[in-house]
Design a protein around this ligand. Sequence first.
Ligand code: RAM
Length: 356
Amino acid sequence: MLLRARRAVAFSAAVVAVTLAAAACGGTTKDSTDNASAGPASSASANPDAALKEGLKIAFLPKQVNNPYFTVADKGGEKAVTEFKGTYKEVGPSDASASSQVTYINTLTQQGQNGICISANDANAIVPALTQARQRGVKVVTYDSDAAVAGRDAFVNQANPEDLGRSEVQLLAKQIGEKGKIAILSATPNATNQNTWIEFMKDELKKYPGMQLVKVAYGNDDDQKSFQETQGLLQAYPDLKGIISPTTVGIAAAARYLSSSPYKGKVQLTGLGTPNQMRQYVKDGTVKQFELWDPAKLGYLCAYTAAALSSGQITGKEGEKFKAGELGEYTIGKDGAILLGPPQVFESTNIDQFNF
Ligand code: RAM
């Protein structure tokens, strides 16, 4: 398992998806086009023997700050930064919007941060600001949700996106006997990570002719909106059999709605959630199984990636290796992607073993 987790990603569909998206836009601005050559294929050479620098300033910029998932992820980042004697900070919007992220990127650049770990709210909208940051020497690593390849030095990918998308459909298929109407409750419409997973879900659904995807709804990673969207789905489709919510905010809100509704136990819910947010809904029978990776490890790996870039150990090219503290050695895969590892499935028999 661990070996698999540490193997280079031969192919990152998430990265390909955003590259295609960026290409389709034809370059949103002059900056983003100019920077195409400054992506992972940069000509600088890596020195794997370089010491990890002390005193590095590493900032975390999540999709949003009031989301327990990112609190855990960024705490993992803080732990890593403390280990290599750097300075950690976390800033970010309370809504999951790209425009507010741009303002934070510009401020972090002016402050002379050495590295930024960012979960992108939009693959392209933040690229001009990231380009400016990189032109001033800031190393940019995306984690959780990628930006266009030209906008960052590396991407720390939480799990193989194809496995993740397909496995969520498989979990639900098992729970509803492969029959009936289903819906997806996603995050924001522009979320790179969710959109990539949803594409694989749609492809996996082709194997289940008895299951019909009736709607992809967007709760915008806002608890209230996600709750209302769930209510709306059940009003529009009272015979709905299942919901997949590939967002920790969405699945928790949907579970809360279902648990106190007549649909409890009749409509199955799965997706990606944190064990702490989902525990009560597993115990009260609303949810049977869901999955996630360890967000703390994701943040931890991102911080070490930014530090390895800032120290010259790696440049973001495929095949380069570096050591990420207690997680051990990682190898950079295609398009500057680094894979954390396979996710964990949670259910009533194991959920109490996890505390995040
Ligand atoms: C939410 C965010 C995040 C995603 C998780 C699963 O917290 O949308 O980007 O990775 O869910």
